[in-house]
Design a protein. Structure first.
Length: 605
């Protein structure tokens, strides 16, 4: 299939924009790849330290027999249900490596926090920058520089982007990412959301709410809604960094161990065949565009408009929100998975999953097929699904959608566009996810209610003072102000107000991860208020227009009056509160150095 002209044009523009940085990156990659292997290059004391902890047989293999040595970087902990299964993976990988005449070492662990635990608390203000900490932890692990390849073990929100950013700084190494799969379905996401809305109205108490939450989040594995964690897995499939079809196999499924072992075999296959597939070459401009198309076609997390900008920059590639918006205009919405529908990721997998989506996008010319992947068969391999074959694996054609209420073809999509819009205007640049927003709510024009924090809005809702049409503006929530926490606690009250018939919208320089669902939300507003952005000039009663049809975000005020208005400053008490407690002091430098959301909120540049 011929590549769609918009996809071709966006890719060409990214390549042109990125040429100097990408060229420098590839030169650095090639220089690192041209060195002798670590055990031959290093001094004897260095080598002895590197392998002192290995069993004697492994030590002999890697030093005397010059066997391949795989570095494992793991985000295992049992605080995250999604990462609990990862605890058993290193032993499997080491065993599989030995079976193939190689060795493997856990090079290091990286932190992994659960946003579900920290949501609405001070800990959430560490969340976004934990991505950069994970990237640095990955670099520390791989800095031992004795590895011929690496395996990345991680699943959740900031963890996969952090691992990928760190990995790309060692772009000369072949690498494969290994997930753990979603937990089995519990209480449906729709029922969970209903109970949350009832709790916000005081119709049910804490016991009923806790019972619902425990039924929804009940077992090892990823949460079953299509948030950032599961979007991560879709994007890794689209970039060819997984074993094909690995993303959404449950932890307890018999395929899970075989797929983990296959990841070890895959990365060893690259090394042994001397196939030139280092991660820095796999992740090129075309792979980044493929990830963007897959995100849009599945209604994935808006967090990736920040994370994938940072990932791309790590490979010398510069993308921006205009690229996402132009792709969104031609990439159709092929899935309905909560919060963009009622199905969960297990139902998505059963209906055809990532492989069906990738096949449809490839066949429609909306993804690049001529890309390098960790598999010799290229991206077309990712249109098939793994099945047990004796003690091994085989990959079979997925066939047509098994549930067209969940996954459809590109010829008969749920929507002709990806449902993601770029908003621009005198309030800055923002993004809005409209795939779950009712058509009659794509344009909201109403007086602004200004809040300096999430808690302020929640208190106003509890006091009953929000019973009217309004645009809720929650500012001082960007990377520099307080680390750009997600504001999920706002979803139930705003959904309640909309359900009562009020025309409401949210405008914020914070994050929502697409969890705003049916409520229109202009998020990631850049520049943020703390950096002198226009949100700092808004006042209660200013009429704001959020227009997802025209793609505008405007305060309707005389231009001269607006220009002359002095911006507010973040309250002193809030500045102090944002920087003290729960370890936030340690992140002061990151807040100070953070780039805007559209630049990936990177703290290392």
């Amino acid at each position: 299939m011929k590549l769609h002209p918009t996809v071709a044009a966006v890719t060409a523009r990214i390549q042109q924009r990125s040429a100097p940085a990408r060229g420098a990156y590839l030169a650095q990659l090639d220089a690192a790849a041209g060195r002798d292997r670590g055990a031959d290059r290093m001094g004897c004391a260095n080598v002895a330290h590197a392998f002192a902890g290995l069993p004697s047989n492994d030590k002999f293999k890697v030093v005397a027999e010059r066997a391949p040595n795989i570095g494992i970087v793991t985000a295992y902990n049992d605080m995250l249900s999604a990462h609990t299964p990862l605890g058993a993976y290193p032993a499997m990988i080491k065993d599989e490596a030995r079976r193939h005449g190689a060795t493997a070492q856990v090079a290091g662990g990286v932190p992994a926090m659960c946003d579900g635990v920290t949501q609405g608390t001070a800990g959430m203000e560490l969340s976004l920058f934990s991505r950069d900490v994970i990237a640095m932890g990955t670099a520390v692990a791989l800095s031992h520089d004795v590895f011929d390849a690496a395996l990345m073990l991680g699943v959740c929100d900031k963890i996969v982007p952090g691992l990928l950013i760190g990995a790309l700084h060692f772009g000369h190494l072949p690498m494969v990412f290994i997930p753990a799969g979603p937990m089995p379905s519990g209480l449906s996401n729709s029922e969970k959301a209903k109970v949350r809305e009832q709790a916000a109205q005081g119709l049910v108490g804490r016991p009923e709410l806790l019972e619902a939450e425990l039924k929804a989040y009940h077992a090892p594995g990823t949460c079953t809604f299509y948030g950032t964690a599961n979007s991560n897995q879709m994007l890794l499939e689209a970039m060819g960094l997984h074993v094909p079809g690995t993303a959404f196999i449950n932890p307890g499924d018999g395929l899970r161990e075989q797929l983990t072992r296959e990841a070890a075999r895959t990365v060893l296959g690259i090394v042994k065949a001397r196939r030139f597939a280092p991660i820095g070459r796999v992740v090129d401009e075309r792979a980044i565009v493929n990830a963007m198309s897959a995100l849009l076609a599945t209604g994935g997390s808006t967090n990736h408009l920040i994370h994938w900008v940072a990932v791309a920059r790590s490979a010398g590639i510069h993308i921006d929100w205009d690229d996402f918006a132009q792709l969104s205009a031609v990439v159709p919405l092929l899935t309905r998975v909560y919060p963009n529908g009622t199905a969960d990721v297990n139902q998505f997998q059963a209906a055809g999953g990532p492989g069906l989506v990738i096949r449809e996008l490839l066949d429609a010319g909306l993804m690049h097929e001529d890309v390098l992947t960790v598999r010799e068969g290229g991206l077309r391999e990712y249109t098939r699904e793994p099945q047990a074959a004796g003690e091994g694996l085989r990959w079979a054609d997925i066939g047509p959608s098994r549930d067209e209420a969940v996954v459809r073809t590109a010829a008969a999509p749920f929507s002709e566009t990806g449902g993601l819009k770029l908003l621009t205007g005198n309030l800055g640049r923002a993004v809005i996810k409209v795939s779950a927003v009712p058509d009659d709510r794509h344009v909201i024009e109403a007086p602004a209610r200004i809040f300096n924090s999430q808690d302020e809005l929640l208190k106003a809702f509890s006091a009953g003072t929000l019973e009217h049409d309004m645009v809720c503006v929650v500012r001082w929530q960007g990377p520099r102000a307080n680390g750009m926490p997600e504001l999920h606690k706002l979803t139930p009250p705003l959904a309640v107000l909309q359900g009562k018939g009020f025309r409401v919208a949210l405008v914020t320089d914070g994050r929502m991860s697409g969890a705003s669902g049916k409520v229109p939300a202009a998020i990631h507003v850049s520049p943020e208020a703390a950096a002198g952005g226009p949100l700092a000039k808004l006042r209660d009663g200013d009429v704001v227009r959020v227009d997802a049809v025209a793609g505008t975000l405007q305060v309707l005020i005389d231009a001269a009056q607006w220009e002359a208005r002095e911006p507010a400053t973040i309250p002193d008490a809030q500045v102090h509160a944002n920087g003290i407690g729960i370890g936030r002091e340690l992140f002061a430098g990151m807040r100070r150095n953070a780039l805007e959301a559209e630049q990936g909120a990177c703290s290392w540049l």
